[in-house]
Design a protein around this ligand. Structure first.
Ligand SMILES: *[C@@H]1O[C@H](CO)[C@@H](O)[C@H](O)[C@H]1NC(C)=O
Ligand SMILES: *[C@@H]1O[C@H](CO)[C@@H](O)[C@H](O)[C@H]1NC(C)=O
Ligand SMILES: *[C@@H]1O[C@H](CO)[C@@H](O)[C@H](O)[C@H]1NC(C)=O
Ligand SMILES: [Zn+2]
Length: 971
């Protein structure tokens, strides 16, 4: 699944004060914590059995049995529509009730590797019966003496046998079972929509209700659909038969082989066998037969059929066209990049009205939230297209990395997610070069990883497998570390060995492990092989031990700050932690690429742990500056002696172009974060933003805004905020004016997407800091829309920001108009923009009403509850409300993503009182993801309290001084 795609980057930039990466990062976490829905209540934790049940002493299945193939029959009784006939005039016609039951049976074929008297599988929330164990060699049944369900987190189903299974023997196990379709987005679950939504009359017509049964099984929910060996390396072939209603259509991982009518009510669909794959990738959906699709034109060169399914209105309006076309291009890109064909004959992409997370890479049947698949030309923001392309690129990369080659266990989840994230940079760049988003995406991931990995409570990219056993621990792995740090560390390796060698290594690794399972050492081995074949690189580089270079980055948490002193040439490393009272002895092999203004050459040195490097290289003899980590290819921060900092900042003000674009942003980011960790003065960080008055590129601005965001969160309830707003307003004035003619004309710079990002950022920063012409512009455009009788002439890119600013500056009327538009719009991206804008009001009573709406699924879909509350909490006026609200309604609101909620709601916490409240909240049993988020929030709050205490006066003074000089200039 995609990590950071709970939100549109475009919208994220535009929203509130928040930035691309902070929203991205937090929403990311969202994805993961869906599993503990109903069970996560304020009850004491389940006590583990202390008795001595013979195996298993832990959560993992014994490896005595090796599954090979499942034959699964599932009867899904759900009606996809229920039409009331006769309008009640004929009392003899009874309308059926919806039925959530599913029944099924399965036969799993397996080989015995080690003699055993019992079979262990995983099963949860299923009523299992009638076991039949067959010794296939002897064609003889083996009696089952007991069927036992473990009432703990292992979810074990144990079958005790009368005769032993012998090593080397082939067996099968038949089970019959039934269960219930879930109502909360997990396992086999129900999704709803209204047919003919464009026809507003029909919204309240129960005959227009449509129902979908869909699956979402990662990481451990396959066991809720059929009893199975539910571990990623226990791969098998799946042969699925679905029995479903006559008026419905069933989709599975593989193409259908056969479809037959049973009677008036029922039909069945038999699917072809899947490739050998992990249980979490198993998927099917049952949709109404009106749910239709866009097919990619099949040409001679395309073996694979790509079908994009969505609500009929969306298909008819062409909203699935972009997704279909881009998937085709991406698939071609990957096939040639990997030199390995996609393994199946079709890919279905389906837009589900309800899904959590944003998308899931099930082999051959990829599921998406509608907002990440459907694109409406002229209504959706152009930047939204990038999100769609990026999510599809991520999910398609998984068809190889994740599906064909899978991590052995969840501790190495980053091998799936880090690689898919890394590959999507190149894939999108290749098929949509005008988007120009490679650097922006990379920097997003770098900053997400930097932020999370600077806390002492972070975890290694690849922890020992025994540390990750329960479902909650597994869910905790779906975070910025696995996705973003994973991608960034791979990028560092690619830079180290060269992209050509890196890609060659990936190709060999894919071929070697196709349909198999891997751990990180397997990747190192194949990159090493590719590197060894490349003699030239070996000759010029003095480290050629890939595992030795990489393991410190993957087995230790955190990352270093490299300190370079250009007066004496000293260079050393130290783990970078926000809390500098934490001791750490971690160290890394660091490849330092640097330039100086004294030489045009790009140079490279290595820092091995703390062995000294060539000091001469870094001595400034004639007052020159040095700049290290060129283009941020290394996963580390850089600090310098004050003189070098001064020279770099002076260079930025004099002629910023001597410093590469990516580094212009990174200098700001390093300065602010080093200040947070008390390694430099906070005034140095603030000084690093002075050059921005002339800057028009996105990355430096984004970096400043993201970092000042922290100042805003810490100070927007204090007297620092006034002068700070004046400073920001003055800094952004020129940038706002740079785009003014575009903005006023409802247009955007056409050929450069990064300029489109900058335009949005300029509007956001200008309006939220009260630049009068900006606020006026937003109010006027919104008022014109309100008056216009449903014609909206605001440019799609600018809508989210203008809605938000107009609602913020507006009254009840503006808010209610946005609410009406939200309720009646059928366009997902428009709805999302409005849902966000509604949280921008400064009126407490409206925010409070809006929070109450989140409890009503008719108003706010369950999958949107978490992000809606998150948005409200980002608003200074809504934060305290949101904190009270989530505590009062925790069971309901945490169903989506408790972790994200906690991160969002506590982001301003900086007082002892807030810390105490958090600690009290920690005493509830919150479940894995959320409990971890509370610990992170506690650590962060402690850091914040200290930071505010130490910095408030000097920050206030700096802003007062800067703004007074600005005022004098103006006079
Ligand atoms: C309903 O069924 C009863 C008994 O079968 C029959 O007598 C009656 O005519 C039916 N009513 C209608 C409206 O069809
Ligand atoms: C539907 O459910 C209601 C309430 O449980 C019951 O009275 C009614 O008979 C059911 N209708 C059918 C067609 O089963
Ligand atoms: C599994 O269920 C299907 C559908 O109910 C049935 O036709 C089939 O006979 C069952 N399989 C076995 C082995 O009983
Ligand atoms: Zn993914």
């Amino acid at each position: 699944m995609p990590l950071k795609f709970g939100t549109s980057k475009a919208i994220a930039i535009a929203f509130g004060v928040l930035t691309v990466s902070s929203i991205g990062g937090m929403l990311t976490m969202v994805i993961l914590f869906k599993a503990q829905t109903q069970n996560v209540t304020m009850t004491p934790p389940p006590t583990m059995p202390t008795t001595t049940l013979a195996p298993p002493p832990q959560m993992r299945l014994p490896k005595s049995l090796v599954p090979q193939k499942y034959e699964i029959v599932l009867a899904v009784q759900l009606y996809t529509k229920i039409i009331e006939e006769g309008n009640g005039s004929n009392p003899n016609i009874t309308t059926p009730n919806q039925t959530m039951i599913f029944t099924g049976n399965s036969t799993v074929h397996f080989q015995c590797a080690q003699k055993t008297m019992s079979i262990f599988l995983n099963s949860r929330n299923l009523n299992v019966s009638s076991p039949v164990v067959l010794n296939k060699g002897a064609n003889r049944n083996i009696k089952v003496s007991g069927l036992k369900h473990y009432d703990d987190e292992s979810d074990f189903l144990e079958l005790e046998l009368m005769d032993a299974l012998e090593a080397g023997g082939n067996y099968s196990l038949y089970l019959s079972f039934h269960g219930e379709v879930s109502d909360n987005l997990e396992a086999l679950y129900l999704s709803r929509y209204t047919d003919g939504i464009f026809d507003y009359e029909s919204v309240d017509d129960p005959n227009a209700d449509r129902f979908i049964a869909a699956t979402n099984l990662q990481p451990t929910d396959a066991r809720k659909v059929f009893p199975c060996f539910d571990e990623p390396d226990m791969k098998a072939v799946f042969e699925l038969t679905i029995i479903h209603r006559r008026e419905s259509r069933a989709l599975g991982n593989a193409a259908p082989r056969e479809n037959n009518i049973i009677d008036d009510e029922w039909q069945y669909t038999i699917f072809k066998p899947t490739p050998k794959m992990s249980t979490y990738l198993f998927a099917f959906t049952v949709v109404d037969d009106s749910f239709t699709f866009t097919r990619s034109p099949i040409s001679n060169t395309d073996r694979v059929e790509i079908n994009t399914y969505a609500r009929p209105e969306a298909i008819d309006a062409g909203h699935a066209d972009y997704a279909t076309e881009i998937a085709r291009k991406l698939l071609r890109f990957y096939e040639s990049q990997f030199e390995l064909k996609y393994a199946m004959e079709k890919i279905d992409q389906i837009a589900l009205p309800d899904l959590y997370p944003a998308a899931m890479e099930n082999w051959g049947l990829i599921t998406y939230q509608e907002g990440f698949l459907l694109y409406q030309e002229g209504v959706s923001s152009l930047l939204h297209k990038e999100d769609i392309a990026t999510v599809i690129a991520h999910e398609l990369a998984h068809q190889w990395f994740g599906n064909a080659v899978t991590m052995k266990w969840w501790n190495d989840l980053w091998l799936n997610e880090g690689i898919a994230t890394y590959l999507s940079y190149f894939a999108v760049d290749s098929v949509e070069p005008t988007f120009n988003i490679k650097e922006i995406s990379i920097m997003n991931d770098l900053h997400d990883a930097f932020r999370e990995d600077a806390l002492a409570s972070s975890h290694p990219l690849s922890p020992p497998p025994d540390n990750i056993t329960t479902t909650n621990e597994i869910l905790g792995m779906f975070d910025s570390i696995s996705y973003s740090k994973g991608a960034i560390v791979l990028r560092m390796l690619a830079n180290h060995v060269g992209e050509v060698v890196f890609n060659k290594g990936l190709q060999m690794y894919l071929k070697a492990f196709q349909y198999g399972s891997v751990e990180k050492d397997d990747l190192w081995e194949y990159i090493q092989m590719a590197d060894n074949q490349n003699r030239f690189a070996k000759a010029v580089r003095n480290t050629d031990d890939i595992a030795g270079f990489m393991n410190p980055w993957t087995t230790q948490s955190g990352y270093p700050v490299i300190t370079i002193n250009t007066t004496d040439g000293q260079v050393y490393q130290k783990q970078f932690l926000f809390n500098n009272s934490v001791n750490s002895s971690n160290s890394w092999t660091v490849e330092i690429e640097f330039i100086s203004n004294a030489s045009s050459q790009f140079e490279k040195v290595y820092l091995y742990n703390n062995k000294p490097v060539n000091k001469e290289a870094f001595i400034a003899k004639n007052g020159e500056w040095f700049l290290a980590n060129i283009n941020c290819t290394g996963y580390y921060r850089v600090n310098y002696n004050p003189e070098n900092w001064e020279r770099l900042l002076a260079q930025l003000q004099k002629n910023r172009h001597s410093i590469p674009l990516v580094n212009r942003g990174q200098l700001i980011d390093d300065a602010f974060n080093l200040a947070r960790a008390k390694l430099v003065n906070v005034t140095l960080a603030l000084n690093s933003t002075l050059f921005l008055t002339k800057e028009t590129e996105f990355l430096p601005w984004e970096s400043a805004v993201r970092n000042l965001e922290y100042f805003i969160l810490m100070f927007d309830r204090s007297e620092v905020y006034g002068p700070m707003q004046i400073y920001l307003r003055e800094q952004v004035r020129e940038l706002y004016n740079f785009f003014k003619t575009y903005t006023d004309d409802d247009s955007v710079p056409q050929n450069d997407h990064s300029l489109q990002y900058t335009q949005l950022l300029a509007i956001k920063l200008a309006c939220s800091n009260g630049l009068p012409e900006c606020v006026e512009m937003a109010k006027q455009k919104y008022a014109a829309w309100m008056k216009s009788n449903n014609t909206n002439s605001i440019h799609p890119n600018l809508r989210s920001e203008i809605y938000c600013q107009a609602v913020a500056a507006g009254e009840k009327e503006e808010w209610e108009f946005a609410w009406d538009m939200y309720q009646t719009s059928s366009n997902t991206s428009e709805k999302d923009q409005l849902r966000r804008a509604l949280s921008c009001t400064k009126k407490i009573w409206l925010l409070s009403r809006y929070l109450d709406y989140t409890l009503d699924p008719e108003k706010i879909r369950l999958m949107d509850v978490g992000s809606t509350i998150y948005y409200i909490a980002q608003n200074a006026a809504g934060q305290a409300l949101a904190w009270n609200f989530i505590r009062a309604n925790w069971d309901y609101v945490s169903q989506g993503d408790g972790a994200m909620l906690i991160a969002g709601v506590t982001s301003r916490f900086s007082t002892e009182f807030e810390l105490e409240e958090l600690m009290r909240f920690q005493n509830y049993n919150l479940g894995g993801g959320a409990a971890r988020a509370v610990s992170l929030a506690i650590e962060q709050t402690q850091v914040n309290i200290q930071w505010v205490k130490e910095n408030k006066d000097v920050v206030l003074q700096w802003f007062e001084q800067k703004t007074s000089s600005v005022r004098q200039k103006e006079n």
